[in-house]
Ligand binder design. Structure first.
Ligand SMILES: Nc1ncnc2c1ncn2[C@@H]1O[C@H](COP(=O)(O)OP(=O)(O)O)[C@@H](O)[C@H]1O
Ligand SMILES: [Mg+2]
Length: 239
C-alpha cells in the first residue's frame, strides 16, 4: 500500500482489479486502478457505458467484495475485511442512485428515516426533527408528508439525497444522480452536494455523463475499458 492512509485521504485504491464470470469465461473489467480522493473533494467519474464506472464505485463503496488489489476507505483496508467491518463502514457512507429507489408506500419523511435506521435506535430518537431538517435543507420542507407518486422527478431525487445525507456520511457515492432530472433540478442536486463538501468536508464520488454539472467538481477522472485514462483538476479541463 502507498503511504496515503493519513486523514487527508478518504479513499485510496492501488492495483485494484475486478473480474466477472468463472473459469474460461472470466473477464477482467477493471485493470490496475490507482485512485485517491481527499476529504471534502468532489470527484466526477466519466467514461463510456461499459467502461467500469459502476463496478469501481460498488467496490470502493463496500457493495462488492475486493478480489485483487487494495482499497483503503476512511483508513480501513477493505480487502479481506469481515462482513461486520463492511457493515460498519457502510454506516459511514451515503448512496444516491440514478433511480431514486424510494419506497412508494412511505412518505418523504419516512423514506428519509430509512437512512437513520442503519444507525440503530439511538439515532432514531427525535427522528422527525432530524429528518424534517434535512428535507428542509433540500428544499422540501413543505413536502414531508407527500408520497413519492405526489412528487416530481426532481423532488423524488432530492428526497433520495436527503436520505443519503441524514446519517451525516463521511463519503457520498452517487451513480448518475442527475440522469433523470431536468437541468435546473439536476444543478440544484449537485449544488447541494457541493455545499456539503465545502461545509462539512464530506467527500463526494459521482459518476455522471452530465456535462452540465462538471463545473462543480474539483477533479474529473475519465475511464475507458476498465482503466483510468485521465485524472485532472476540473479547473484545467474547464478552460
Ligand atoms: N454483474 C455482472 N456480470 C457480468 N458482467 C458485468 C456485470 N456487471 C458489469 N459487467 C460488465 O463489466 C463491464 C463494466 O460495467 P459497468 O461497471 O457497469 O460499466 P459502466 O458503469 O461504466 O457503464 C461491462 O463490460 C459490463 O458488461
Ligand atoms: Mg454504470
Amino acid at each position: 500500500m502507498p503511504k496515503k492512509s493519513s486523514n487527508e485521504f478518504s479513499l485510496v485504491t492501488s492495483g485494484l482489479c475486478h473480474s466477472f464470470g468463472k473459469g474460461a469465461a472470466t473477464l477482467e473489467v477493471l485493470h490496475d486502478i490507482d485512485f485517491t480522493m481527499r476529504r471534502g473533494e468532489l470527484v466526477i467519474l466519466m467514461g463510456p457505458s461499459g467502461s467500469g464506472k459502476t463496478t469501481l464505485l460498488t467496490l470502493v463503496a463496500c457493495l462488492r467484495r475486493i478480489q485483487k488489489g487494495h482499497v483503503q476507505l476512511l483508513g480501513q483496508e477493505l480487502s479481506g475485511a469481515s462482513e461486520k467491518i463492511l457493515t460498519r463502514m457502510r454506516q459511514r457512507l451515503g448512496f444516491i442512485f440514478q433511480a431514486h429507489n424510494l419506497h412508494s408506500s412511505l412518505t418523504s419523511i419516512q423514506n428519509v428515516r430509512m437512512g437513520l435506521e442503519v444507525h440503530g435506535p439511538d439515532a432514531l430518537r427525535n427522528w422527525q426533527k432530524t429528518c424534517g431538517r434535512v428535507l428542509e435543507l433540500v428544499g422540501l420542507g413543505d413536502r414531508l408528508d407527500y408520497f413519492p407518486a405526489q412528487l416530481s422527478g426532481g423532488q423524488k431525487q432530492r428526497v433520495a439525497v436527503a436520505r443519503a445525507l441524514v446519517g451525516c456520511p463521511d463519503i457520498i457515492f452517487a451513480d448518475e444522480p442527475t440522469a433523470a432530472l431536468d437541468m435546473v433540478t439536476g444543478r440544484q442536486v449537485v449544488e447541494l452536494l457541493r455545499k456539503l463538501a465545502d461545509q462539512r468536508g464530506t467527500s463526494i464520488f459521482m459518476v455522471t455523463h452530465d456535462h452540465r454539472i462538471l463545473e462543480y467538481a474539483d477533479r474529473i477522472v475519465k475511464m475507458e475499458d476498465g482503466r483510468i485514462i485521465e485524472d485532472s483538476s476540473a479547473k484545467i479541463l474547464m478552460k
